[in-house]
Design a binder for this molecule. Structure first.
Ligand code: FPP
Length: 241
């Protein structure tokens, strides 16, 4: 568990290239404050932008967040509707700001299944507006499931007529939703849950995992710095052997 820390608490030369985050605990945060769960998701937006600023300040090149999973469709209808509308609004509200910060936005997940056109349009606009930015890539996992991603990769290879022998780790990696996305060195999940919940199953095979107790709406850029410092302490232990 990483405690929050200052920007100078880690070695800037050994920052993870890619940090993947599971933004968990919005509902519990809201319930604890006597608010509807949807208020937790709203506060989660501020935490997401805190995390973006933290990653930018630390010099992280790729950051991936789990915004909506293939399992999230099982939530009560009203919450699903809220999350879809909220995501559409968030992309519209925030894409210029992310663009100004030099952030390139990408999406991973199933686009051809269930996601309403209104949301897909905002996703396309955000991607195309920011496509030339090179300070950091923010990958938003939306309608994403790790097993679904592997299934979709295998389907694509079969459709291309690949032979059994041609199905290698490299071939699978090339057919994932974003073949350019490097594997994350570090995965952070908030809210004290110690699971990966079908997130980036292929890409997280060798990642360091940090499970932090903080609920996502309370997450700050200092939590990113603390997690990087913890990651470097782990790295140093292995490097010393
Ligand atoms: C998990 O908390 C959080 C989510 C399911 C949604 C997170 C989404 C955002 C912060 C908005 C970001 C959207 C985009 C498009 C970037 P939970 O509801 O599982 O909390 P709980 O475990 O306490 O119930």
């Amino acid at each position: 568990m990483a405690d929050p820390a200052a920007l100078d608490s880690f070695d800037p030369a050994n920052v993870p290239n890619h940090i993947a985050i599971i933004m968990d605990g919005n509902g519990r945060w809201a319930t604890a404050q006597g608010l509807p769960r949807t208020e937790g998701h709203k506060r989660g937006e501020d935490a997401l932008f805190e995390a973006v600023e933290g990653c930018l300040a630390a010099g992280v090149s790729w950051m991936t967040v789990y915004a909506f999973s293939t399992e999230n469709w099982r939530r009560p209808k009203d919450e699903v509707k809220f999350l879809l509308n909220y995501s559409r609004g968030l992309l519209r509200r925030r894409r210029d700001e992310l663009n100004d910060r030099g952030v390139r936005i990408r999406f991973v997940g199933r686009r051809d299944w269930r996601v309403p056109n209104g949301v897909l349009n905002e996703m396309d606009k955000a991607e195309s507006l920011t496509r030339h930015n090179d300070k950091m890539t923010l990958v938003i996992a939306f309608n994403y499931g790790g097993r679904a991603e592997i299934v979709d990769a295998v389907r694509a290879m079969v459709d291309e007529g690949l032979k059994g022998k041609q199905i290698t780790e490299k071939a699978i990696a090339r057919h994932l939703y974003d073949p350019e996305m490097p594997d994350p060195e570090l995965m952070i999940r908030t809210s004290g849950e110690s699971r990966t919940s079908n997130y980036l199953m292929w890409q997280l095979a060798y990642s360091e995992m940090i499970f932090a107790d903080v609920l996502w709406p309370d997450f700050t850029r200092e939590h990113i710095y603390g997690a990087i410092a913890e990651y470097q302490r782990r790295e140093r232990r292995f490097g010393g052997v």
